[in-house]
Design a protein around this ligand. Structure first.
Ligand SMILES: C[S@@+](CC[C@H](N)C(=O)[O-])C[C@H]1O[C@@H](n2cnc3c(N)ncnc32)[C@H](O)[C@@H]1O
Length: 249
């Protein structure tokens, strides 16, 4: 990226970060120039700034996790509007811990667990738990492999959903910096989501509310995967795209 293409509002944020790092409001040129170099090399602004707001909390973000997206904040809102005091919540593919931590914030009496295949993501989610003083149990697990209980009444999953063959179409900011395990949804993009649904069915999960964030272009295929569930519906994001699936069994 050419420095000329960095918009003024980003430059202003980089200047603020440089002032913070240098501990000076006047003598921050060397920090500013190294932050500019990182941005010119396509590093996402959020990683450079280190923290992002998510719904009502602040999260540390770096190359260990996907940067939480606005669609996921809206998923939190949908859950808040539709679910009343769940007893046990499981967030599958927790990344920065954004969904799990917000669930604990909204439902303080619930027992909340967040799992991820990535040890790095779990380490960061634990840091975010401390940062926000929200008690969530985070541990590494390939889907439900290390999850012993089957009595969660709310399960949320924003798993990777980009088809492997489309990864090369992503912006450099995304593909060069965000973790591949957070993006790669395998063949047709539905591999990991369909594995989760099968694992939930095999474990005979009952009385569970499931919310999935999905690729809007895969909504009918996702609904088919859930055809044995009792109640299944598609929900739209703020751009009116089919972005979430709610299912109950
Ligand atoms: C799209 S990111 C979402 C992260 C976070 N939940 C959010 O909404 O920002 C998907 C996450 O799923 C994790 N993941 C990928 N495959 C997984 C698997 N088989 N089991 C558990 N987690 C997995 C990735 O490491 C990544 O953190």
């Amino acid at each position: 990226m050419d420095i000329k293409n960095i918009p003024e509002h980003e430059l202003a944020r980089l200047r603020e970060k440089a002032k913070e790092l240098s501990g000076s409001t006047t003598d921050y040129q060397s920090e500013y120039s190294s932050l500019l170099t990182r941005r010119v090399n396509h590093e996402p602004l959020q990683y450079i700034e280190e923290y992002v707001p998510f719904y009502s909390i602040s999260l540390k973000v770096d190359e260990r996790c996907l940067i939480p997206r606005p669609e996921t904040e809206y998923l939190v809102q949908i859950i808040k509007d539709n679910i009343e005091s769940p007893k046990k919540v499981l967030d599958v593919g927790t990344g920065s811990g954004c969904i799990a931590l917000m669930m604990k914030s909204i439902f303080p009496n619930s027992e909340v667990t967040g799992i991820d295949i990535s040890e790095d993501a779990i380490e960061l989610a634990n840091e975010n738990s401390k940062l926000n003083s929200l008690e969530v149990s985070f541990f590494q697990s390939n889907l439900l492999e290390n999850v012993k209980e089957t009595d969660h009444d709310l399960i949320v999953a924003n798993l990777p959903y980009i088809p492997t063959e489309n990864l090369n179409e992503l912006d450099r900011e995304v593909i060069d910096y965000e973790p591949l395990t957070a993006l790669n949804g395998g063949k047709d993009g539905l591999e990991i989501i369909s594995n989760l649904i099968h694992e939930l069915e095999e474990r005979d999960y009952k009385e569970v509310n499931l919310f999935l964030e999905i690729d809007s272009r895969k909504s009918s295929e996702t609904l088919e995967l859930l055809n044995s569930w009792d109640e299944v519906k598609l929900l739209e994001d703020l751009a009116e795209k089919d972005r979430y699936v709610f299912a109950k069994r």
